[in-house]
Each structure stands twice: as C-alpha cells, then as structure tokens.
Design a protein around this ligand. Structure first.
Ligand code: FAD
Ligand code: NAI
Length: 475
C-alpha cells in the first residue's frame, strides 16, 4: 500500500518548510519533499533562501561591510588598525558555515515537529497523488489529503547572455567566487545587483551595473531612491541607467558586454558578468499532464487570495505564485495554507509586506510610495527626519538617509513608511506593526521611543507629518 499523509509539501524553501512545520503543529501527518543540491553535491533543506539567497548574501554583506569600515571608518574613531588584509577563503568559509548550520537546523526542526523530510523529486499527479523519486532511488506514489506546492523560483536566463557559470554567472555563482574579480559587470540594478554589487565593490572590484530602466530603483519612493543612488555613486558603484544589454560574449580574457545606452551602442570588457534580471517561477518536471494545475502566461501557478489552486485541496505558495518574491511573504503564505487546511480562519495582508535592500545605507519600505498615494487621489501629508539629526546615527558614524512617513489627511492613517539609512531593515518592523494595526501618525507620535536610538527617527518623522517634530525644523 502506498504511503498516506494528511499534507504533502513539495519544496522545503522558506515557504514550504514553514508550511510543513505549521501543518504538523496542527497534528496533521505531514511530509516535505525537497531536491535541492548544493555545489558540494550535498542535499540540503532551506531552498534558495538559505542555500543561495537571503542568508549567504547577508553573511557576505556583513563581512564586506566590516572590511570596508575597517579601511575607511576606523581612523575616524581613533582606531589604528595597521595592515588590514582580506582573507577571502576565511570569509567564504564563514558564509558556508552559517548556511550549513541553518539548513541542518531545518532537518532538526522537521524531526522535532514530526515532519517526514523526504529528499528527492516530487511530481504532482491527478487526485492529489504525488510521485516521489528519492535521490538514487525508485519512484513511489504517495497519497495526500492535501498538497502544498512551494517549488520556488530560479534566475531568468537571457538568450543572448547564457550562463556558463564561469564568466557569465548567476547570483548563486556570484555568492561563491573564490577570488575578487578585478572588473565585475552586473546586468540589472535590482535588489540582487545592488546587494552583490556592494559586496564585491567593498572587497575591491570595479563594479559596473547596466540597468534598462531610466529611473533608479523604480519600485521605491523617489526621495529614498535618490538619496540611495547618490550614496552608491560615492561608493564607486558605476550604475548606468537606461542601458539595455544586447549581447554578452565570454572569451579567454573575460566577457565582452554589448549594450545600448539610451539607444546608442556601447560596449564594456569585464572579468565576470553577473546576470541578475529577475527570477522566474520554477515548475520544471512538477506537474503530470492531468494534474489539473493552471499556469499563467509568465509561468506562475494560478491561485486565489488564499493560495488555493483550481484543484481542490491543492495549494501553491511562495515564489512560484503571484506577489513579491520574498522569503517572508512565502513563509506567511505557508502558515495561512496550513491553518486553512486545519480548518482555521486565516488570511494574508498583501498590502503590508516589508521590502528591504541590505546595502549600506539599507533601504526599507512598507505600504505605498508618495507617488502611489498621489496617484490614488487621496489627500495626504508627509513627514521626514534625516539621520544627520539623530544622536545615535552620529555615534554610529552612519548619518546618511532619512525616514519618511506618508499618511492620509482625513483620518491620519499611515499609508507608507520609507527608510534609507542605518538598520532600515530593523526599523521598518515598527512601521509594519503600526500599519498592520491601521495605526495613525498620532499613535506613533504618542509612543515612547528609547533615547538615543535610531527608532527616534521614525517617531520624529511621524511628528513631522503634523509639523510637530522636536529635533528638526518643521517644513
Ligand atoms: P525556494 O526558496 O526557491 O525553495 C524552493 C525549493 O523547492 C528548493 O529547495 C527547490 O530545490 C525545491 N523544489 C523545486 N521543485 C521541486 C520538486 N519538483 N521536487 C522537490 N523539490 C523541489 N528574500 C528575502 O525576503 N530577503 C532577502 O534578503 C533575500 N535575499 C535574496 C538574495 C538572493 C541572492 C536571492 C537569489 C534571493 C533572495 N531573496 C530574498 C528571495 C528569496 O530567496 C525567495 O523569495 C525565497 O527563497 C522563496 O521561497 P520559496 O520557498 O518560495 O522557494
Ligand atoms: P529585480 O527584479 O529586483 O531586478 C532586475 C533588474 O534588471 C530590473 O531593475 C530590470 O529593469 C533590470 N533588467 C531586466 N532586463 C534587463 C536587460 N536586458 N538589461 C539591463 N537591465 C535589465 O530582480 P533580481 O535583482 O534578479 O532579484 C530577483 C528577486 O529576488 C527580486 O524580485 C527580489 O524579490 C528577490 N531578492 C530579494 C532580496 C531582498 O529582499 N533583500 C535580495 C535579493 C533578491
């Protein structure tokens, strides 16, 4: 007889593994299938996020930022550090160690929660049957009351700049370079381009980023993007906007990059080229022809607001469905799907999902940009506070940036919060919570913030929305 489960999850990235744990916490018999294999040939749970995304990139961002600060900032603090040298081998070993600890941690969490972690390929058949092919094993069919598909995404490959994974590389390859490239080209000034560009720039590479859009960070608030763009330029990131890649050719000495800059053909020679032009949903080899699952024109699995596919009791969550490709968005969808399966009421608030770009300065936002609010026609007010006026930011020697609050005039509700500056990714948490509770600027104004802290900048920006800022002149 085939194995039977209440819930089978396909994919153990942040969407799938969280869904599996929550389902098991509900007392449901749960299995989670994953086929991820790392570059050392070993399988690991955690998906893109833990193995080749969020976690390794943040490890490198932290190390490279410390290296940069040791070079450029220590002297200001009166610290003579002598001869600072980079040991890239040790830096990369630390990155790999963090990844290993966290991915092993998921295996431990599966055990503790009684989730069967199955290593191999999953394929959805008709009638909620799942074909599971273990690594080096024979396929078997598992029966499930409910299936959650969480197969994630993969980098988009451009036909005229195909990955050879040596010189023309994807973001995963670029996290594992064993040498600092002298000249690094990046296609796409999106989140990956900026984070990885920052890492390798700080470690010594000359970095040129080719970006098709004319507006820098088009999805961010204009004021925030402008401050960030100027600072990245000062750091030596050469970001060419309105420039579209037309061809990349790998040769003996590097990569010839051909692009059109505002319609004029240009070219560039680099040692390595990272292509980071977005990701596509990954559903290769996932569905039997009669599975009944529908994909949209871009390959995303079609789901409703509750992440239900059109097949009864089959859910899909995370990067393989519509919405931002963010780990925390996938995890929360996983919790929702598992709770719904357990018969609970659950929903996602898609309007309040924070975005963070872990550059220095960091960039973070939640809700609508000022332009979006303006476009909606609702009367609004804004309040800003610069980190240059924050005692804590001065002590940290990190005074670039600001907090900006956008709120409604009629009922004072906070509609968006935008931050560029130190620890923006942590500060945004307060704004997310406020917006989740439909808070007003007055709610933040009346909340006591510790002194001296960066969070005072959020407080002051909320005060400034009503021209009540205390530590900066009101406009
Ligand atoms: P994934 O993490 O992609 O996991 C899917 C899993 O399913 C994989 O393990 C895959 O092997 C497995 N799988 C697929 N098909 C099958 C099958 N048929 N059978 C068995 N297993 C299968 N997001 C953030 O929120 N913050 C960040 O800081 C951040 N940094 C990033 C940095 C980089 C360089 C990259 C590339 C991405 C980053 N992201 C970040 C995005 C984040 O990694 C994704 O949004 C997140 O991993 C999506 O989770 P997921 O579970 O949907 O899919
Ligand atoms: P992205 O969508 O953020 O950026 C891709 C950029 O490439 C865009 O600005 C686009 O205009 C540009 N582009 C596309 N085609 C081009 C061409 N031919 N020539 C020049 N430029 C071109 O995608 P990215 O950076 O690849 O990241 C993928 C996803 O991973 C993101 O959507 C993000 O959600 C997630 N991610 C999240 C992180 C975080 O939360 N901190 C960090 C890294 C990735």
């Amino acid at each position: 007889m085939s194995k039977q489960y209440d819930v089978v999850v396909i994919g153990a990235g942040p969407a799938g593994y969280v869904a599996a744990i929550r389902a098991a916490q509900h007392g449901l018999k749960t299995a989670c299938i994953d086929e991820w294999k790392n570059k050392d040939g070993k399988n690991a749970f955690g998906g893109t996020c833990l193995n080749a995304g969020c976690i390794p990139s943040k490890a490198l961002l932290e190390s490279s930022e410390l290296y940069h600060r040791a070079h450029h900032e220590f002297a200001k603090h009166g610290i003579k550090a002598g001869n600072i040298e980079l040991d890239l081998g040790a830096l990369q070993k630390r990155r790999a160690g963090i990844v290993r600890q966290l991915t092993n941690g998921i295996a431990g969490l599966f055990k503790a929660n009684k989730v069967d972690g199955l290593v191999g390929h999953g394929k959805l058949l008709a009638d909620r049957k799942v074909e599971f092919t273990p690594v080096d094993g024979k396929a078997e069919v598992i029966e499930a009351e409910n299936v959650i598909v969480a197969t994630g995404s993969t980098p988009i490959e451009l036909p005229f700049a195909k990955f050879d994974h040596e010189k023309i590389v994807d973001s995963w390859d670029a996290l594992e370079f064993d040498e600092v490239p002298k000249r690094l080209g990046i296609i796409g000034a999106g989140v990956i381009g900026l984070e990885l560009g920052s890492v390798w720039r700080r470690l010594g590479a000359e970095v040129t980023i080719i970006e098709a859009m004319h507006d820098f960070l088009f999805m961010a608030d204009r004021e925030i993007a402008s401050v960030a763009g100027k600072d990245f330029k000062k750091q030596g990131l050469d970001i060419r906007l309105g420039a579209k890649l037309t061809k990349a050719t790998a040769g003996k000495n590097g990569v010839k990059v051909e692009y059109e800059d505002k319609g004029i053909p240009e070219s560039l020679e680099v040692d390595k080229l990272v292509v980071a032009v977005g990701r596509r949903p990954f559903t290769d080899g996932l569905f039997a022809e009669d599975s009944g699952i529908q994909l949209d024109e871009r390959g995303f699995i079609v789901v409703d607001d509750e992440c239900r596919t059109r097949v009864k009791n089959v859910f899909a969550i995370g990067d393989c469905v519509r919405g931002p490709m963010l780990a925390h968005k996938g995890s929360e969808e996983g919790v929702m799907a598992a709770d719904l399966i357990a018969g609970e009421i659950a929903e996602m608030n898609y309007d309040v999902i924070p975005s963070v770009i872990y550059t220095a300065p960091e960039i973070a936002w939640v809700g609508k940009t000022e332009a979006e609010v303006k476009e909606s026609g609702r009367e609004y007010k804004t309040g800003s506070f610069p980190f240059a006026a924050s005692g804590r930011a001065k002590a940290m020697e990190q005074t670039t940036g600001l907090v900006k609050v956008v709120a409604a005039v009629d009922d004072d509700e906070i509609l968006g919060v935008h931050i560029v500056g130190p620890m923006a990714g942590e500060l945004i948490g307060e704004a997310v919570l406020a917006m989740e509770f439909s808070a007003s600027t007055e709610d933040i104004q009346r909340t006591i913030h510790a002194h001296p802290s960066l969070s005072e900048a959020v407080h002051e920006a909320a005060l400034a929305a009503d021209k009540k800022a205390l530590n900066y002149p009101n406009k």
